[in-house]
Write a protein of this length. Structure first.
Length: 339
């Protein structure tokens, strides 16, 4: 049976997933899964700052190039992730950003100059700023703040205009790129997600009103079963974004179970699939045409490595379309049905 990439394509939907070069190289089944299921790739690590510029002025493109080469052979487009983010920053960068505004602007320019030029022929869509919004006080998500903007080394060095500066720099360097702002924690039906939606919309309105070159919003969609989901508020939120003239992408879909995950595998898989279908069919009806999951197989999901979301009894997460042995799970069918 056709993979998710092919099934999406006939419905006008581009489906892809986050990929890691080391796994493409080591695991033939992983390679085959991407060849079979994906029509689009995003490097899970290889285009982050610490990967691309581990030391000031020394760019290491080997990991990203490995993914770009594989993608070229497989004829898959690649999204860029992420130019400005408060994580995956090398220590030297954090220290240098403390040295003042001009130093910070110089580093931003040098990084954008090199990276956007290097990847120009293959990456046409970049997450320019990732996760700029603070989680509201009282949220069960970490990194809370009185808001709206998250307190990061970039904010401290450049003030709130760091976002605008990054988008303008990207547009200047390549006017044909699709420039995306990527965010999480805005999908579900909880008071903190509602507040985070308001914060994000206020930022987007401000950027658009002032003519800042932004084209799209990426919604990460690291969903949690412990947080309820209702289509109405999420669809209204997407309609507001699209009303600003911005596209919406789902960029990092996966589904976390709760500590109360029932031991029964079939029951767990059914709950995950149900959530995936409710969420994605809502997104697609609201006009989303690009969907990426954060990995394809439970075998290598980042959820496994995040101690904050460990499941009892050492149970592994089952939040991706394929299980640890690359078998299609109910979530796979749920994603297919939502296209
Ligand atoms: C995660 C990777 O999956 C992990 O392997 C890594 O250790 C940390 O970063 N939001 C993002 C992604 O935008 O870059 C994160 O990726 C997951 C959350």
């Amino acid at each position: 049976e056709a993979g998710l990439g092919a099934l999406g394509r006939v419905r006008g939907i581009s489906f892809g997933a986050a990929v890691q070069l080391s796994l493409l190289e080591q695991d033939a089944r992983y390679r085959q899964a991407f060849a079979d299921e994906a029509a689009l790739l995003v490097p899970e690590w290889e285009a982050k700052w610490e990967a691309l510029q581990p030391e000031e002025g020394r760019f290491d493109t080997a990991p990203l190039d490995g993914i770009l080469n594989w993608a070229r052979a497989a004829r898959m487009p690649v999204r860029g992730h992420a130019l400005v983010w408060h994580n995956a920053m090398p220590d030297w960068l954090v220290a240098a950003l403390g040295e003042g505004r001009n130093r910070a602007l110089g580093l931003l320019k040098a990084h954008f100059d090199f990276v956007l030029n290097h990847a120009r022929s293959q990456i046409r869509d970049w997450d320019v700023v990732n996760e700029p919004i603070a989680n509201p006080p009282g949220s069960d998500l970490p990194e809370r703040g009185p808001g709206p903007l998250r307190d990061t080394p970039w904010l401290r060095a450049l003030g709130p205009s760091y976002i605008e500066t990054a988008f303008r720099m990207a547009r200047e360097r390549d006017p044909t790129l699709r420039l995306t702002l990527n965010e999480y924690g805005v999908e579900e039906d909880t008071p903190d997600a509602a507040e985070k939606r308001r914060r994000l919309l206020a930022l987007l309105r401000n950027l658009v009103n002032r003519g800042v070159p932004i084209d799209a919003v990426g919604i990460q969609a690291h969903l949690q079963l412990v947080r309820p989901f209702r289509p109405e508020p999420f669809a209204a939120f997407l309609a507001e974004i699209r009303g600003l003239g911005l596209a919406v992408l789902i960029t990092e879909l996966d589904i976390r179970e709760t500590a109360a995950a029932p031991p029964d595998l079939a029951r767990r898989d059914a709950l995950v699939a149900e959530r995936a279908e409710a969420f994605l069919s809502c997104a697609v009806q609201a006009g989303v045409r690009t969907v990426l999951s954060w990995g394809l197989t439970d075998r290598y999901s980042w959820l496994a490595s995040d101690p904050g979301v460990a499941l009892p009894g050492g149970r592994t997460h089952r939040g991706l379309p394929l299980d640890g042995d690359y078998r299609r799970k109910p979530m796979w069918h749920a994603v297919a049905r939502s296209f």
